[in-house]
Design a protein. Sequence first.
Lengths: 215, 59
Amino acid sequence: MENTVDTLVKRTEVPAKSKIREYVESILWAVVLALIIRTCVIQSFKIPSGSMEDTLVIGDCLLVNKFIYGIKVPFTDLRLPSLRDPKRGDVIVFKYPKDRSKDFIKRLIGVPGDEIQVRDKRVYVNGTLFQNPHEVHKDPQILPRESTQRDNFGPVRVPANAYFMMGDNRDNSLDSRFWGFVSNADVVGLAFIKYWSWDQERWRVRWQRIGKLID
Amino acid sequence: MNEKYKPSLDFVSKVMEQVHAYEASRTSFVEWFISHPSIRYALAGGGTLFGIFKAVPVF
């Protein structure tokens, strides 16, 4: 009788090792799943600078769609087939051409083949005024071409597989006017929604910005 | 004093055995926590969400 009880107890005991293994497996699954989703589906970013004001302000957190322009194969320049090509007006995250360890976010102004020119702060695409309802000019002064390319630039033609990007805060944005075009291989994805916004100065949540689509 | 309430000579050992048996049968919070599969799934899911929503600065 005692032997039977001992046997039953031994059978019902869960070895400690299997619990550890279960936890290790769960952690591995979580890491793998998070990596796959971050690489192929969506990735989260936060805004530390004001170059995209007022579309994106410091403290905004946003999600970026990483498959719409084709999933990038890690460690290569290859892309899987895209749902659509980047188009004028898209807010895009990309690798900064001068330092690829940094991510930049700007609005796409010129696609391959477009001629871009900035005259007295106004942007002309293929000779036509490009009016972006989100752009802001916080400095009324127009600076001459000789001193900076901020207010007068170009014309330049966008080469194949490249894009011309500009920040919505036109007078305070380090963008394609200063460092050139963005290669298609450096495009990370399309910013589409703000999911969190924290005002560091006033120490409060900007509830009205949360859940707003980025257009 | 009523003889009925007089403790037996092994009273203390009997009580201590019961206390010991009770303590031995109890599951610690850590054991209970670890043994629940739903908690493991919740932790893994939370870790996955944390991994996804860990924001990278974009300038």
